[in-house]
Ligand binder design. Structure first.
Ligand code: PLP
Length: 426
């Protein structure tokens, strides 16, 4: 098991926040350990220069650090070949890259299959292709908030060119069997994309074993800095696809009327890259590897199990939570409301003077009051508005855990929640 209190000592921000502060917004971004901050400082202090260009030693050092980071990330997700790792800004950019490049081959009436639990960054980039007449279809959920695999099979047709699915939901915590879905997608001849923004930071992810064609994640959710993310792609596909952005670094030669492109992965890394970001991410990978990703997953599983147990024990009036109860398919994400937050309810409240707030306390108010109690949670639609509509809520509050969270954090969440509810006269 992990020792979260020991781990906390590696994170300078917890010195500032003190022992009684519960940071529970890790699905949005994680905190950063000293080692990651130090690795980036050291890059600027000792090795700063541009990569791939200089023949001088300093530039070779920077290039080595940058390329070593690529190898480290490649090992971390078992990509087998570091040329299959493209550095991007974040998951959002990775999926936009795919929409632009894969999208160029699509034509009218081709279909892309996603699910109703996707983050906007795995919806909106694909919606751009509707201009070409490409259709987006959504797999729905079972009552237990897992993916409805029958619906997936029904909606997967010969027109389905791309299947793109989140391995772990940032709202429900649903963990989907992407290996199985990949198999089904490939049997159908579809390209398979995994949004791994909420999985790579929290559990062992093996891109080769999943047999994903593409897999995207963000450094900042896994102890690394903002502004660095990863697109894993199978070499042959990356080699075949057209580039995304044009400019320096991504070319082989430029003529007045055309250009030839650099080999993969440089072909997709136009302009000066985020060198210190890659260095920071590499250090984050070291940190996570030392803990062991199996241990990380076990720890978060324990926290969500404990959360669901506390939920039953505390019996907070009108508490509604969302997501699978089976923690085998549930990550450390806990979305909840006090009362029904359906759009209809909100309208009723707005229009009928004096209506008792028995129905709901707005998640923004809940979050504010939790903040007063030193519990940091996110509230809103969590960039998954189609899912909110599916759940018939306008918003929820969300607690999301990571390696430094403890059962005491969960206790604090429920203790403060009970006070919030009391304040509203329940
Ligand atoms: C499932 C999922 N996909 C994609 C993203 C987008 O990540 P980023 O904002 O780092 O691009 C997020 C961020 O919360 C997410 O949870």
């Amino acid at each position: 098991m992990l020792s979260p209190l020991q781990i906390k000592k590696d994170f300078p921000i917890f010195e500032r926040l003190g022992p009684d502060y519960s940071y529970l917004d890790n699905a949005a971004t994680s905190q950063k350990p000293y080692s990651v901050i130090r690795a980036m400082e050291e890059f600027y202090e000792l090795h700063n220069s541009n990569v791939h260009r200089g023949i001088y030693r300093l530039s070779e050092e920077a290039t080595n650090l940058y390329e070593k980071s690529r190898e480290k990330v490649s090992d971390f997700i078992n990509s087998k070949d570091s040329r299959q790792i493209v550095f991007v800004r974040n998951t959002t950019e990775a999926i936009n890259l795919l929409s632009y490049t894969l999208g160029r081959e699509l034509k009218k009436d081709d279909e892309i299959l996603i699910t109703i639990l996707e983050h906007h960054s795995n919806i909106v980039p694909w919606q751009f292709l509707s201009e070409k007449g490409v259709k987006l279809r959504y797999v729905m959920l079972n009552p237990d908030m897992t993916l409805d695999m029958d619906d997936l099979q029904r909606k997967l047709t010969k027109k389905t060119r791309i299947v793109s699915i989140a391995q772990s939901s940032n709202v429900l915590g649903t963990i989907s069997d992407v290996k199985e879905i990949g198999k089904i997608a490939h049997e159908n001849g579809s390209t398979f994309v995994v949004d791994a923004a909420q999985s790579v930071p929290h559990m062992p992810v093996d891109a080769t074993d999943i047999d994903a064609d593409f897999l995207a994640f963000s450094g900042h959710k896994m102890l690394g800095p903002t502004g660095i993310g990863v697109l894993y792609g199978k070499y042959d596909l990356l080699d075949r696809m057209p580039p995304f952005m044009g400019g320096g670094e991504m070319i082989s030669a430029v003529y007045q009327d055309h250009s030839t492109y650099a080999d993969v992965p440089q072909k997709y890394e136009a302009g000066t890259p985020n060198i210190e970001g890659a260095v920071g991410l590499s250090s984050a990978v070291d940190y996570l590897r030392a803990l062991g990703m199996d241990q990380v997953r076990e720890h978060e599983k324990d926290l969500i199990e404990y959360t669901l147990k506390k939920e039953e024990e505390h019996n907070v009036p009108d508490l509604i939570s969302y997501g699978p109860r089976n923690t085998e398919v549930r990550s450390g994400v806990y979305c909840f409301n006090i009362g029904e937050m359906s759009p209809l309810n909100i309208n009723d409240l707005a229009h009928e003077e004096g209506v008792q707030m028995s129905q709901a306390i707005h998640p923004h108010d809940v979050s504010e009051m939790l903040d007063d109690g030193n519990v940091a949670v996110r509230s809103g639609h969590h960039c998954a508005m189609p899912l909110a509509e599916f759940l018939n809520v306008v918003a929820t509050s969300r607690a999301s855990y990571y390696i430094y969270n403890t059962r005491e954090d969960v206790d604090r969440l429920f203790n403060v929640l009970v006070k919030v509810v009391k304040k509203y006269g329940r």
